[in-house]
Design a protein around this ligand. Structure first.
Ligand code: ATP
Ligand code: MG
Length: 301
C-alpha cells in the first residue's frame, strides 16, 4: 500500500524536477498554473492528506534513527505562498522534530562573516527536519538583482571579480554535496507564481481587512524587478540543480496544488532516505526482558 502511494507521488513530482545540467528558462519551461489533471481543490484533498500522513510516519522514524537530517529549502517571490505551504505541509508532524528559519536582510553580525555562515548556523541536526524560509539562494537572487547587497558584504576585491555568480553556484553545489555526503539531505523547491497571480494576491491584501497586515509597500517595489528575478531564478535553476540536490519548480498559482506538490517532494526525499526505527541488540533486548520482569513483579508485593 505504502509503495503504491510512493509510486503515485513519484509520478506527480517527476515533471517538476529540474534535470541537472539543463538550461532553464523559467517562464518558458514551467507553467505556474499547472495542475496535473486535477481540476478543483477537492480532487486533490485525498492526496494532500496522504502526503501529510506519510510525512508524519517518516518523521517519527527519522527522529528515532538520529542518523539523517532533512533540509527543506523554500524560495519564492513575495506572495508566492511560502508561509501557507509550511503551515499546511507540516501540519501533521511532531513540532519537536522540526525547525523553521526565516532569513531576512542580513544583520551586521551576519555580514561580518562569509556568506554561507548564517545558513550553516541554522541547519537541522540529525533526526530533524529543518525548513529554510528563504535560504542561501538569496545570495544569488536578491543579492544579484540588487548589487548594493553585495557591497554590504565587504568582499575583498578579487572575490568580486568577474564570474562571482558562477563561483557562488559552484560553492553552493559543493556545500550541498558536503551536507549530503554527511547525512543531510537537501530538498529544494521554488514556488513559482505568475505575475497576474501575484497581482491578485497583493490586491487581496489591500481589500481584505484580515489580510491587510500582510501588505508591504516594499513588495510592490520589488515587483518592478519581476524580469530580473525570472532571469536570476533561471540561472539559479540551470546551475544548481544537481543529482544530489535537484530543484523542484512547484506550480504555485493554485495554492492547494502547490501544497500537494510540496508535501509530495518532501515525502519522496524521505522515502529515499527510508529511515528505520533502531533495532535493539540482543543485550538491549535482554535488558528489556529484565525490566519487564521487575515491573510485573511489582504486582506480587
Ligand atoms: P513575509 O513577507 O511573508 O513575512 P518574507 O520572507 O518576504 O516573508 P520579509 O521580512 O518581508 O520576509 O522580507 C525579507 C527580505 O529579506 C526579502 O526582501 C529578502 O529578499 C531579503 N533578504 C533575504 N536574504 C537576503 C540577503 N542575503 N541579502 C539581502 N536581502 C536578503
Ligand atoms: Mg515579504
Amino acid at each position: 500500500m505504502a509503495d503504491l502511494r510512493i509510486k503515485e507521488i513519484a509520478q506527480l513530482i517527476a515533471p517538476l524536477r529540474v534535470t541537472p545540467g539543463a538550461s532553464v528558462r523559467l517562464a518558458h519551461d514551467f507553467d505556474p498554473g499547472y495542475r496535473a489533471g486535477f481540476v478543483r481543490k477537492r480532487d486533490g484533498e485525498a492526496l494532500l492528506h496522504r502526503g501529510v500522513e506519510l510525512l508524519s510516519e517518516y518523521q517519527a522514524r527519522l527522529a528515532a534513527q538520529q542518523c539523517h537530517g532533512l533540509l527543506v529549502v523554500l524560495q519564492a517571490l513575495d506572495a508566492g505562498g511560502k508561509d501557507g505551504t509550511i503551515k499546511h505541509v507540516m501540519s501533521g508532524v511532531n513540532p519537536q522534530g522540526v525547525t523553521v528559519h526565516s532569513f531576512k536582510v542580513p544583520s551586521a553580525a551576519e555580514l561580518g562573516h562569509d556568506y554561507l555562515w548564517r545558513y550553516a548556523c541554522n541547519l537541522p541536526g540529525r533526526g530533524e527536519i529543518g525548513i529554510f524560509n528563504r535560504s542561501h539562494y538569496e545570495e544569488v537572487l536578491v543579492v544579484r538583482v540588487h548589487p548594493e547587497n553585495l557591497d554590504r558584504q565587504r568582499l575583498p576585491a578579487g572575490a568580486r571579480d568577474g564570474g562571482i555568480w558562477r563561483r557562488r553556484f559552484h560553492e553552493i553545489n559543493d556545500w550541498e554535496r558536503y551536507l549530503t555526503d554527511n547525512g543531510f539531505r537537501v530538498v529544494k523547491m521554488l514556488l513559482n507564481i505568475s505575475k497576474d497571480e501575484q497581482l491578485r494576491r497583493f490586491m487581496k491584501r489591500l481589500d481584505r481587512p484580515d489580510k491587510n497586515w500582510k501588505f508591504s509597500a516594499a513588495d510592490i517595489k520589488e515587483r518592478q524587478y519581476w524580469d530580473d528575478y525570472q532571469s536570476a531564478f533561471s540561472q539559479m535553476l540551470s546551475h544548481t540543480s544537481t543529482s544530489w540536490a535537484p530543484w523542484y519548480v512547484i506550480p504555485a498559482d493554485h495554492k492547494w496544488f502547490a501544497r500537494i506538490c510540496a508535501s509530495a517532494v518532501i515525502v519522496a526525499a524521505l522515502s529515499e532516505l527510508d529511515p528505520q526505527f533502531p533495532k535493539l541488540s540482543k543485550a538491549a533486548r535482554q535488558e528489556l526482558a529484565v525490566a519487564r520482569k521487575a515491573l510485573e513483579g511489582e504486582g506480587d508485593h
